[in-house]
Design a protein around this ligand. Structure first.
Ligand SMILES: [Zn+2]
Length: 433
């Protein structure tokens, strides 16, 4: 979680200056569906690059910023891509990315640049594809919610099975069972297995002394074992869907920010702050599944942790949106807020391992969370180091620069967190308080 803190602090800074970064090669982090989407996107971009390669290499396209070329704009001519030196200060961010900048394009051209090639194209698409992936994951998760079985039909199915019918006196057993089924259908599903174990055997023992008690006991145990998992109520999903919503919001806002930042200084300022708030939303909502499912049976810790992270999240969003807090005198306050937010994420994970260390689900979910932190950490490291473009300025202008890698690692980190969430659901569907 601490790396999220760093990521949240650093990511929006990129908007202060400008565009840069590019592609997604780390498809091995994804399952087949997600990998497929990334491969399709790679292919799409590769085709676009090939088609427009000549135009991009034409020096005439890099001559001057479009805002200087007023006559061309009035004639509806396409805006030109410019070099780093031609940018106003607020769009200058990464001096190792030399060409293919959009600069103060009109709204229409800015929106249409979603489909054209420039040095922000893959920044836009990496998070837009991440957004699509998380929509798919949300739908899949919604479809995976286990449904409780209809107790009446399940029990009828069981009692008509051959093993039960082989019992001597099975006709009496069946008729008695049918009466119990009818009575049980009015009970909540999760109470039925308990009733079967405690009540039905006694009824059957007194029904016919010729019946095999052992067989009946086995029969009742079997039916309980079969039906218990079917009738267990699934744990609530809202904390998990909250995280998925936060992830989708953050990715969509980030993609929009990269698309629109080139329009004007004012737009860049607004987008920077929205991006900042989106990242804070992702951080806060990411903690909800960890805290809720780990401490499902300990409401005290659940409320404490959730209260802290929500408070810090609201504070960070406020800090992100209120201009007063952007001044240098609040710099320490901003840093302290993000630090506390990161700490809020690490503490419950450690606490979970201390309390549930013997549970495989707790260990597995913690492993995914460590993977998530590692991915975010790698992303931040790449972002700060500005590699690989630092080594070969101009070589990675379109594909492969640090911000693109950072984006891919952020999506991969969020996906690792999604996998941790699935472990929590399996754990808490099977075991509640
Ligand atoms: Zn970005």
């Amino acid at each position: 979680m601490h790396f999220r803190l760093l990521g949240a602090r650093l990511h929006p800074q990129s908007w202060k200056l400008s565009p840069s970064r590019g592609n997604g090669r780390q498809t091995s982090f994804y399952p087949p569906m997600a990998s497929l989407l990334l491969i399709i996107a790679d292919l799409f971009v590769a085709v676009c690059f090939s088609a427009r390669n000549m135009a991009l290499d034409d020096p005439a396209n890099l001559e001057k910023p479009c805002f200087v070329d007023a006559s061309a704009k009035s004639e509806g001519e396409r805006c030109k891509l410019v070099e780093f030196d031609a940018l106003p200060d607020y769009l200058k961010d990464n001096e190792f990315i030399l060409r293919y900048y959009r600069c103060e394009w009109p709204w229409k051209e800015t929106f249409l640049s979603f489909f054209s090639i420039h040095n922000e194209t893959l920044n836009i698409w990496t998070h837009f594809i991440g957004f699509i992936i998380f929509i798919c994951l949300t739908v899949l998760t919604a479809l995976m919610i286990p449904r409780t079985e209809n107790p009446t039909s399940s029990m009828q199915q069981y009692y008509s099975s051959a093993s039960v019918m082989e019992i001597n006196g099975s006709s009496k057993l069946q008729s008695e069972a049918e009466l119990q089924i009818e009575a049980a259908s009015s009970l909540p599903n999760w109470q039925i297995p308990g009733c079967l174990i405690s009540y039905l055997p006694q009824r059957f023992f007194s029904l016919d002394s010729n019946l095999s008690n052992l067989l009946l006991l086995k029969s009742m145990e079997d039916v309980s074992n079969i039906m218990s998992p079917l009738m267990a109520e699934p744990v609530t999903r809202w904390p998990f869907f909250t995280f998925l919503g936060g992830a989708m919001l953050c990715l969509l806002i980030s993609s929009l920010c990269h698309l629109l930042v080139c329009h004007s200084k004012r737009t860049a300022y607004i987008m920077l702050h929205l991006d900042y708030a989106g990242i804070a939303a992702l951080i806060v909502t990411s903690f909800f599944p960890v805290v809720f499912y780990s401490f499902l049976c300990q409401p005290f810790y659940r409320h404490i942790y959730r209260g802290f992270i929500t408070t810090f999240g609201v504070a960070v969003v406020a800090v992100s949106l209120v201009p007063t807090f952007q001044t240098t005198e609040f710099r320490l306050v901003r840093a302290a807020l993000f630090f506390c937010m990161g700490l809020c994420g690490v503490v419950p994970i450690v606490h979970k391992l201390v309390v549930f260390g013997e549970r495989p689900e707790a260990v597995l979910s913690a492993a995914y969370e460590v993977a998530m932190m590692a991915l975010y950490g790698m992303g931040v490291a790449v972002y700060v180091a500005r590699v690989p473009e630092r080594w070969m300025p101009g070589r990675f202008d379109l594909v492969g620069h640090s911000h693109q890698l950072f984006h891919v690692l952020v999506v991969a980190g969020a996906y690792a967190h999604y996998l941790a969430g699935l472990v929590y659901l399996r754990w808490r569907d099977a075991e509640k308080c």
